[in-house]
Ligand binder design. Structure first.
Ligand SMILES: [Zn+2]
Length: 103
């Protein structure tokens, strides 16, 4: 998976297509990510404790990583991501449009 926490991404399919957001959580095992304010679902909850309010709660549902594109921090475009190994052995991501290293 080529998306990490705190990346800016563009949603390219589904009901939030065209929207941008920051990755709050990544779930590499499921190839999914949670994006701030996107892919909201409504959950109806009952107050179990006094602290918890009953009613409809909106939550962010995980999106599949293939439904988003990473936004390049340099050229600001949705980037196709490549991988490259640096001289010190680190594996980094880079933007195929402007060649900028993104990690
Ligand atoms: Zn770029």
């Amino acid at each position: 998976m080529n998306i990490k926490k705190n990346d800016m991404v563009l949603v390219i399919s589904g009901k939030d297509r065209g929207k941008k957001g920051k990755v709050r959580r990544s779930l590499p095992r499921d190839n999914r990510i949670v994006v701030e304010g996107l892919n909201m679902i409504k959950r109806h909850s009952r107050a179990r404790r006094a602290a918890r309010q009953a009613g409809i709660v909106e939550l962010e549902a995980p999106l599949h990583a293939s439904n988003v594109m990473l936004l390049c921090s340099k050229c600001k475009k949705p980037a196709r991501v490549g991988f490259r190994t640096l001289e010190d052995g680190r594996k980094v991501r880079f933007c195929r449009t402007c060649q900028e290293v993104l990690d």
